[in-house]
Design a protein around this ligand. Sequence first.
Ligand SMILES: Nc1ncnc2c1ncn2[C@@H]1O[C@H](COP(=O)(O)OP(=O)(O)O)[C@@H](O)[C@H]1O
Ligand SMILES: [Mg+2]
Length: 215
Amino acid sequence: MSTFITFEGGEGAGKSTQVKLLGEYLTEQNIPVVLTQEPTGTPLGRKIGDILFHRGHSDMCPETELFLFCAARAQHVRDVIRPALACGKYVLCDRFSDATYAYQAAGRGLDPRFIQTVNDYSAPGLKPDLTLLFDLPAETGLARANRRDATHGNPSSADRFEKEKRDFHERVRAAYLALARREPERFRVVDAARTIDEIAADVRRHVAAFMQHRR
Ligand SMILES: Nc1ncnc2c1ncn2[C@@H]1O[C@H](COP(=O)(O)OP(=O)(O)O)[C@@H](O)[C@H]1O
Ligand SMILES: [Mg+2]
């Protein structure tokens, strides 16, 4: 049965790490799985991502940011997510619509009702079956992201979001936790301040319980 699982959380929370590990785990069990991410899950989305993340684009206004993320999402939903779900696959997606509320509403101050309208246009009728929220203090996540950027070449390659102040990232964290409280049946909050293996075990438990429950 097709299943849409999204991975959410702040910078350096371990989303990409855990998408990959869950993907390997499901593949070992012969479950057909597609791993993808926003906004760069399509060739067009990668170009949009270049614009969105570029450190030099510090004058980008919040509305532009919102529309670019949603433009990438529309393409991603049509070209990658819907086709995979239509043939019964598991889709593991690194960030999705919840990120737009956390970042563009709580982070940038846009009206959540406006965001809901634009989100609904970008991904009509599509909601994750399960959302794993990787929660940890912003500072811990940013330190991890900095180490990651340093080992992947440019030591000062922090993108436009990583460069934001700590209170921006704390607002994002609080907004994610508020979303989880509002939809407890869809969200699982995972304590991301532990080891990669401990978190991966939790993720597998949540997914197994979800599959069991749905049967
Ligand atoms: N639980 C963890 N403890 C310590 N380091 C981690 C953990 N999970 C991921 N990392 C490392 O932290 C960095 C950020 O992880 P990543 O998966 O890229 O986060 P995200 O995709 O949420 O930004 C990577 O270098 C990764 O190897
Ligand atoms: Mg990532």
